[in-house]
Ligand binder design. Structure first.
Ligand code: XMP
Length: 510
């Protein structure tokens, strides 16, 4: 069993980043809502307390049970976590006279302190707090300050317990990753043995035991997650894994054939199902974005259900679910969040299928999935592919969908994506795609008037799709692609580039 660092989540927006920083150092950790942890697992070697939108003085502010459990357990409190531990141990937390957000530089009081190893003095950190620690208990010392914050970090004298007012987990805390490593390796004694190779070996061995001679069905999407999940399960049970790859008629140009081909090269037992006609029929006359999403989702389930029934005696449904999909979040408002778009994934299968779920990637972040994929020698063409939505081009054709519109958009998209690849820009963009607008405009080609479609190009930078910025691509490149599209794709005479960020826009237009 791997050593575990437990991250208690108090509802901070950036709790996931703590886990990602630790995983970068090959340390295994899990995030748990603060109020769901009543005992410390046996393999837990340290606890990190996250930040929170709460103030320690607020009624109902989080107060976890772990504090009373083991005084020798290493703990690191971040922001709210630090304030809470300070307050509970004789210190004082007060409302800051001015809220402190943004950049600050650390002044270390104990340069040789275990948390500061390999960290230069004046290191930049990121502050984001409304309360501040103004006094410490008798058994605690200040270990660092900033110009405006006296107690930027503290340590207990008699326990391996620390608190920092800043956020070491965020990108702008330049040496924050090293500081977290110092805590988990030098204080908690983590062995840093959570590697892609160890994960793959252990997962395959576990799957062998769990699945035995059972049959598993898995819907491949062409994306990274389902592909890596499939290869892991395949390595455990071989031909008893039945993969299904559905052509919904809304994939990229030639993608159905090429993706199917690469799956076969990987040795997977995969069946391609061309159900384009069913999808086009279900979409006929629909132009409302939600109605289209629902029609595509329902048709997918019908096709998948029919195909699954052909696999006699299947007991399991394999899925590429990853950690961000399963982390239980702390609800700050208490209410459910609003549905912006109804996503469809294989996850929405009806209960009557009565298959048990097998989700080998449940504990991994996306970048870890890619690292495991590399370990399994999955081709880079699959691992570095941009995310592509389940409803495909169906949500990039605004208004109703016809075969002809799909064909036009596939051509435009192919010029756009190939252009990015040829200019070596594909990997610097998180996701790119083209959108067919329900707009015709006047143009002139040669001496002739044209009245044809406009398309929008979208390319974004992001880390997880939750927030995104439009990619600042070179004008010369955009000019060339625009020219290529208009010259090569009949029916298009105007190209625009989407310069909206998320929020307030979203990545997809529908
Ligand atoms: P939005 O448009 O919400 O997209 O900013 C965020 C990310 O999610 C992808 N996306 C989907 N993925 N099924 C999926 O598997 C869906 O229904 C779906 N809708 C959006 C989108 O491409 C982007 O990466």
């Amino acid at each position: 069993m791997h050593q575990l660092v437990l991250i208690l989540d108090f509802g901070s927006q950036v709790t996931q980043l703590i886990a990602r920083r630790l995983r970068e150092h090959n340390v295994y950790c899990e995030i748990k809502p603060w109020n769901k942890v009543t005992s410390i697992p046996e393999n837990c070697v340290g606890v990190i307390l996250s930040g929170s939108p709460f103030s320690v003085h607020q009624e109902g502010a989080p107060l976890p049970a772990v504090f009373d459990i083991n005084p020798n357990l290493p703990m690191l409190g971040i922001c709210y976590g630090a304030q809470l531990m300070a307050q509970l141990n004789g210190g004082k937390v007060e409302r800051s006279t001015h809220r402190e957000y943004g950049r600050a530089n650390l002044i270390s009081h104990q340069a040789s302190h275990v948390l500061f190893q390999e960290i230069p003095d004046n290191s930049q950190v990121w502050m984001s707090h409304g309360d501040t620690i103004t006094g410490l208990g008798e058994n605690m010392d200040i270990i660092c300050s900033t110009e405006n914050v006296k107690v930027a970090g503290y340590a207990f004298r008699d326990r391996p317990v620390f608190g920092v007012q800043f956020h070491p987990e965020v990108f702008h805390s330049t040496d924050g990753g090293t500081m977290l490593k110092n805590f988990v390796v030098n204080v908690c004694g983590c062995k840093q043995d959570w590697t892609p190779a160890s994960f793959a070996d252990e997962t395959i061995a576990d799957l062998k035991v769990k699945l035995g001679d059972d049959k598993v069905i898995l819907g491949l999407s062409g994306g990274v997650d389902s592909s890596v999940a499939a290869v892991l399960i395949h390595k455990a049970i071989g031909k008893n894994l039945y993969c299904i790859f559905v052509n919904n008629g809304l994939l990229r140009k030639d993608e159905y054939e090429s993706v199917l081909d690469s799956y076969m090269h990987l040795g997977l037992n995969v069946k391609g199902v061309d159900a384009s006609d069913m999808f086009y029929d279900a979409l006929k006359g629909l132009s409302d974005p939600e109605a289209k999403r629902k029609a595509i989702g329902k048709t997918f389930i019908d096709v998948f259900d029919a195909e699954s029934k052909l696999v006699e005696g299947a007991k399991w449904l394999g899925q590429g679910t990853i950690y961000p999909d399963v982390i239980e979040s702390v609800s700050v408002s208490g209410g459910p969040s609003q549905t912006i778009k109804s996503h469809h994934n294989v996850g929405g299968l009806p209960d009557y299928m009565q298959l048990s779920l097998v989700e080998p990637l449940r504990l991994l972040f996306k970048d870890e999935v890619r690292r495991v994929g590399r370990e399994l020698e999955i081709p880079n063409a699959i691992l570095s592919r941009h995310p592509f939505p389940g409803p495909g081009l169906g949500i990039r054709i605004l208004g109703d969908i016809t075969r002809e519109k799909v064909r036009v958009l596939q051509e435009v998209d192919a010029v756009w994506i190939n252009g990015l690849k040829e200019a070596n820009l594909y990997d610097s963009v998180w996701q790119a795609g083209a959108i067919l607008l329900p707009v015709q405009s006047v143009g002139v080609m040669g001496d002739e008037r044209t009245y044809e479609n406009a398309v929008a190009l979208r390319a974004v930078t992001s880390t997880d799709g939750m927030t995104a910025d439009w990619a600042h691509l070179p004008y010369e490149f955009l000019a060339k692609v625009s020219n290529d599209i208009i010259n090569k794709v009949k029916g298009v005479n105007r190209v625009v580039y989407d310069i909206s960020s998320k929020p307030p826009a979203t990545i997809e237009w529908e």
